[in-house]
Design a protein around this ligand. Structure first.
Ligand code: NAD
Length: 424
């Protein structure tokens, strides 16, 4: 089993080691042979760049960024770009590999990639962010392209970031390359329904899971960790189905209210003050207390490794829907599954974003744009089908939903690899 030369003493906190552990659990179910395990658990390309940015003060600062292409057997690499102080090559590799499995479990014609820059956007001006984004786009331009590797938004990046990347690459080429990024503003080739797509996918997969365990969503209680793009839209769309949002958090703090929080009022608070904390008539709680709040549905929608061996035994949610990538460690997975919680794994629960990114890319390549109803309907149909395929696999092999999702995904990529053959 490949462990990517990791120092065993660092294994616990390595996000990539966690991704490989999840991979190996599913590879065991499939009896995948050693050579194929090595191919599919390695990243094809790992590209690191160190680049200067002129700050507002006039001083130069050097930033480090990465673009990783994990696997491109089934199509171009696809995956977001993250700007965060904790970005590391290890994290980007894990996120790139999850993109491969996410695209395969939903049967999109893509491989997996991811990018990131280690920086603190909260302490940078808009001008500094634009210069950082344009220079990073230039640095990774040997890799990205409409037919090779297509970035999208992730933590602390959005439609504006994608617009800067598209414009930068288009300036280099001398013509507008619309399909080089997805998650763009509508005015420059974005798709209707993309902004809320990941949260919509969280809602769709929760709805399907609730049917399977007989949970009535009308009045079901929901806790959201990370009230950002994914967290807000998940909360908003679950509220539309009748769920009650009883606690939410962001990097500024956590709040709870048993009578229910209105997602739009909470968003207005976050937009005006920068955080959900301070919202009127709420109890102030810690991030730990938030995750352990008694509820029917827990949506971790912030960062990796939030649900661990240390807190899993105190989490009582019936359904855990992973809006974030990698929020649950393998140790916590086991504790929660043994307790009877149903975990909808990240590669399925948050796949709505990449599904609509795929629709955006198809629209860009065809120069033909869809109505919002067509986008939402096709997203619902792909995710409902994928959820049920994963559920059936979990029953067939008697494994948890994460292993089942990985089994379906790995099987598709391994089959494609075998059909293509090993070059030369
Ligand atoms: P975002 O930047 O819009 O929101 C992230 C939120 O998490 C912010 O509100 C931030 O304050 C909060 N947060 C950060 N650290 C926290 C902590 N320790 N405790 C509580 N809250 C914290 O980012 P996003 O696009 O919503 O992404 C969130 C997660 O969803 C990430 O794991 C990302 O990889 C994943 N994801 C995003 C998309 C997408 O389309 N945006 C698609 C798939 C998966």
């Amino acid at each position: 089993m490949i462990q990517e030369n990791l120092d065993p003493s660092n294994m616990k906190d390595s996000v990539f080691a966690m991704a490989v552990e999840q991979f190996n659990a599913a590879a065991d179910v499939l009896n995948l042979e050693e050579g194929m395990r090595q191919v599919l658990s390695s990243c094809k390309r790992e590209f690191t760049v160190n680049f200067p940015v002129k700050m507002d003060s006039g001083k130069i600062q050097v930033f480090t960024g990465h673009r990783v292409q994990h696997n491109m057997t089934r199509g171009p690499a696809k995956g977001g770009i993250r700007f965060h102080p904790d970005v590391s090559l290890d994290e980007v590799k894990a996120l790139a590999s999850w993109m491969t499995w996410k695209c395969a479990v939903t049967n999109l014609p893509y491989g997996g990639g991811k990018g990131g820059v280690t920086c603190n956007p909260k302490s940078m001006s808009s001008g500094e962010m634009e210069r950082l984004t344009r220079r990073f786009a230039t640095e990774i331009s040997p890799l990205i392209g409409s037919y090779s590797d297509i970035p999208a938004p992730d933590v602390n990046t959005d439609g504006q970031t994608m617009a800067w990347i598209m414009d930068t690459i288009s300036m280099h080429k001398g013509f507008t390359e619309v399909g080089i990024v997805t998650g763009k503003p509508i005015e420059i080739g974005g798709s209707l329904g993309r902004t809320e797509a990941t949260g919509r996918g969280v809602m769709i997969t929760t709805r399907e899971a609730a049917k399977h365990i007989g949970l009535n969503l009308n009045g079901a209680t929901v806790v959201v960790q990370g009230f950002g793009n994914v967290g807000y839209w998940a909360a908003h769309l679950l509220q539309e189905l009748g769920c009650k949002i009883i606690a939410a958090s962001d990097s500024g703090g956590a709040i709870s209210r048993t009578s229910g929080l209105d997602s739009n009022e909470l968003l207005a608070q976050k937009n005006s003050t920068g955080s959900v904390s301070g919202f009127a008539n709420c109890d102030v709680i810690t991030n730990e207390e938030l995750l352990e709040t008694s509820c029917d549905i827990l949506v971790p929608a912030a960062l990796e490794q939030q649900i661990t061996g240390n807190n899993a035994s105190r989490i009582s949610a019936k359904i855990i829907v992973e809006g974030a990538n990698g929020p649950t460690t393998p140790e916590a997975d086991k504790i929660l599954t043994d307790k009877g919680s149903l975990i909808i794994p990240d590669i399925l629960a948050n796949a709505g974003g990449v599904v609509v990114s795929y629709f955006e890319w198809v629209q860009n390549l065809q120069r033909f744009f869809w109505e919002k109803e067509a986008v939402d309907k096709s997203l619902d149909s792909i995710l409902t089908r994928s959820f049920n395929e994963v559920f059936n696999t979990s029953q067939h092999y008697n494994v948890d939903m994460r292993t089942a999702a990985m089994v379906n995904a790995i099987d598709r990529v391994a089959t494609a690899t075998n059909i293509r053959g090993i070059y030369p």
